[in-house]
Design a protein around this ligand. Structure first.
Ligand code: WTA
Length: 655
């Protein structure tokens, strides 16, 4: 799989700042007494500790069921409802506590207490029922970061319907695929959204998608833009506010769901390259998220957390919605860009909302670095006590900047490693318990077993880079659905020929190295997936969009990091080289924006006579990454057409 060994940071020699955990007073009590060895030793019984953070209608009979291995089913026999756990359970003691604080792009602010949430979620639930939505039906939610997004998710959960949130930036084509994939029977969207000064017609994108479906789907339309944007509701389309008004005061008992029943679908890019649907089951997912909300983010009653991720990605599901609400905390939701109206926005938001826990991506932090420390230092950030990062390697420089200028050299940083498939964080330091090292995500959490292995699946010693695997199932692992076309996912388990024939192993698709203390450093992806912040894009989906352009025969997409920002770069081959390359380049960028979404528009397009390929015809992305990131170009034995390398470097440098 690898054509060469990547450079990796040496943990021993770097100027590692070991952060002392004593400075962090934990609010939650989840792990203080956890003795990691005995926790690990008692697997799977150790996970009872996570179930005790939830309210069950019926306790489970078995912790884990191996019948459908490699998929394990968790807390079998147990019954619960996700929305009841996020809302109803808080009503008796803290109904007037703030559950959500929302800040809109135009400076609007809205606050919802747990009781407000209960009322609005119940009304939307009643409306969905009236529109024919029942348990196990799938509802697609295509909304920007508005309070109505988590409200719609929770309304689905009350009914036992399965939500399928699609990132609002996706184009109609991408939305259609993600709706058809899950046989969606209803849609929740909005009239439009605002990007900086421009109104984006979300409804038109949704209508285009709806028109290409065979059946007419009931559609609920949230009014985001108000009277300024006249939206026409067609047949089978309903105004959100009207529905909420009609169903005000509805009070329907949340449906009791099996622990193994699906809670949501989410699409991501996986080992097969193209976008894939993942499913998370109710009990295991919620247990994993509630557990990590405590152990990693120290969330407890009333804690204020701002997770900057869009809710269309797993990070938003787990730590902007479910984690905070399960913990009785306050979630800050922020619509729009952190740079608009100006660079003061993020710091004002932290100060104004008394944010205690701030969770973002290295890309965002690098943007902050570029703007300079004068921005954070002009605000009172003393409400903060814990910082988090996720999505790509942060690197020691960015870590230090975050620690010094946002964390005031006092607050711990949790660099959390996880994936859509894992549902919750699996590798991270625990604040107040473990030491941090700036170039490492930390040790696996208690109960999680990992290895770094070579191509043959053999465990590598500390210091040797290889492939990261998870070697024991965990509660919030991706779930199987009965009768589903889940064979695709079996690939996850077939990626290696495992010498230990009867052992269980999940291949993450990431390269990593472990140090002598068992701390993991993530080196990046090893498959045809580009991870940018919280957006995981399959090169196959992007390349399929590019080859729709007339005259383009082949394409490869790679990520480029410049000045801390990651952008997409396309290498393409043409039928006839003499074609007007500028025009084709523009058409390629437009095709990606049209089929995938404006957010994925590539910033550069390079034409080449051939793409570097292995003998088996696989594009060597790692070489292309080296070309564009100006690293040294080393030849590789696996390359079928080595002569292309020099040519590529010349073409790139000319650009
Ligand atoms: C990458 C997002 C380095 C990794 C939660 C993984 C990371 C992919 C980290 C999952 C981290 C996630 N350091 N890389 N702390 N966290 N990644 O499914 O390549 O959108 O496989 O889930 O992001 O992306 P996904």
């Amino acid at each position: 799989m690898t054509e060469e060994r990547p450079a990796y940071p040496s943990l021993e020699n770097s100027s590692v700042r070991r952060w002392t955990p004593q400075t962090f007073g934990r609010d939650s009590t989840a792990t203080e007494s956890a003795d990691d060895d005995s926790f690990n030793h008692e697997w799977p019984a150790c996970w009872e500790a996570a179930t005790s953070l939830l309210k069950w209608r019926k306790p489970h009979d078995r912790i884990v069921d191996e019948e459908n291995a490699p998929f394990y089913r968790w807390f079998v026999g147990g019954r619960l409802n996700a929305a009841e756990n996020c809302i109803d359970r808080h009503l008796e003691k803290r109904k007037n506590q703030v559950a959500l604080r929302w800040e809109g792009k135009r400076g609007e602010r809205r606050t919802y207490t747990y009781y407000d949430l209960y009322r609005e979620v119940s009304a939307v639930e009643a409306a969905l029922r009236e529109l024919g939505v029942e348990a196990d039906d799938v509802v697609t939610i295509y909304l920007p970061k508005l309070p109505e997004l988590p409200i719609a998710m929770l309304a689905c959960a009350r009914i036992g319907a399965v939500h399928n949130v699609v990132f609002a930036g996706f184009a109609p084509d991408a939305l259609v695929k993600r709706m058809q994939h899950v046989d969606s029977s209803a849609l929740v969207t909005c009239d439009g959204s605002i990007r900086e000064e421009t109104a984006i017609d979300q409804k038109r994108k949704a209508d285009t998608a709806l028109a290409s479906l065979e059946e007419s789907l009931p559609t609920i339309v949230v009014d985001r833009l108000g009277a300024s944007h006249g939206t026409h509701l067609g047949a089978n389309q309903y105004d959100y506010d009207d529905l909420v008004e009609t169903h005000a005061g509805a009070d329907v008992t949340p449906v009791s769901r099996k622990s193994t029943d699906p809670l949501f679908h989410i699409h991501t890019s996986g080992t097969t390259g193209d976008q894939q649907r993942m499913t998370h089951a109710t009990g295991g997912y919620l247990a994993g998220v509630a557990w990590t909300a405590r152990t990693v983010f120290d969330l407890s009653l009333g804690t204020t957390i701002w997770c900057t991720a869009d809710i269309g990605w797993i990070t938003g599901h787990s730590y902007a919605v479910y984690g905070p609400l399960l913990s009785g905390a306050t979630a800050v939701l922020v619509e729009g860009s952190l740079r608009y109206p100006d660079r003061h926005r993020p710091w004002k938001l932290i100060e104004r909302n008394g944010v205690e826990i701030f969770y973002t991506t290295p890309g965002v932090i690098r943007t902050f670095m570029k703007w300079g420390e004068s921005f954070p230092s002009s605000y009172d950030l003393s409400s903060l006590r814990l910082l988090g990062t996720v999505g790509e390697p942060i690197g020691p420089d960015t870590w230090e900047w975050y620690y010094t200028h946002v964390g005031e050299e006092r607050y711990p940083i949790v660099d959390t490693w996880w994936q859509t498939e894992t549902g919750c964080v699996l590798i991270s330091v625990r604040p107040g318990i473990d030491e941090s090292k700036p170039d490492s995500v930390g040790p696996p959490l208690p109960g999680i077993e990992i290895q770094v292995v070579d191509e043959d699946g053999r465990e590598l010693p500390p210091g040797e880079p290889g492939y990261l695997t998870i070697d024991r199932p965990w509660p919030s692992m991706l779930a199987p659905l009965e009768g589903d076309r889940y064979w695709v996912l079996a690939e996850y388990w077939q990626a290696f020929s495992d010498p230990r024939a009867d052992s269980w192993r999940y291949f993450t698709g990431d390269r990593a190295v472990v140090d002598d203390d068992g701390y993991v450093t993530i080196l990046g992806r090893d498959d045809d997936v580009i991870s940018i912040g919280n957006r995981r894009l399959g090169t196959a989906e992007l390349e399929a969009a590019i080859t729709t352009v007339d005259g383009v025969t082949e394409a490869a997409v790679v990520a480029k990091s410049t000045g801390g920002e990651t952008t997409l770069c396309v290498f393409a081959t043409l039928e006839q080289e003499q074609r007007d390359q500028n025009a084709v380049g523009d058409a390629i960028a437009d095709a990606v924006a049209k089929h995938v979404g404006e957010f994925a528009r590539p910033t550069s397009v390079v034409f080449t006579p051939e793409l570097p390929e292995t003998y088996s015809g696989k594009t060597m992305y790692r070489l292309l990454e080296r070309v564009i990131n100006d690293r040294s170009l080393t030849n590789s034995d696996a390359l079928r057409n080595p002569e292309i390398l020099g040519e590529l470097a010349t073409i790139w440098n000319r650009e």
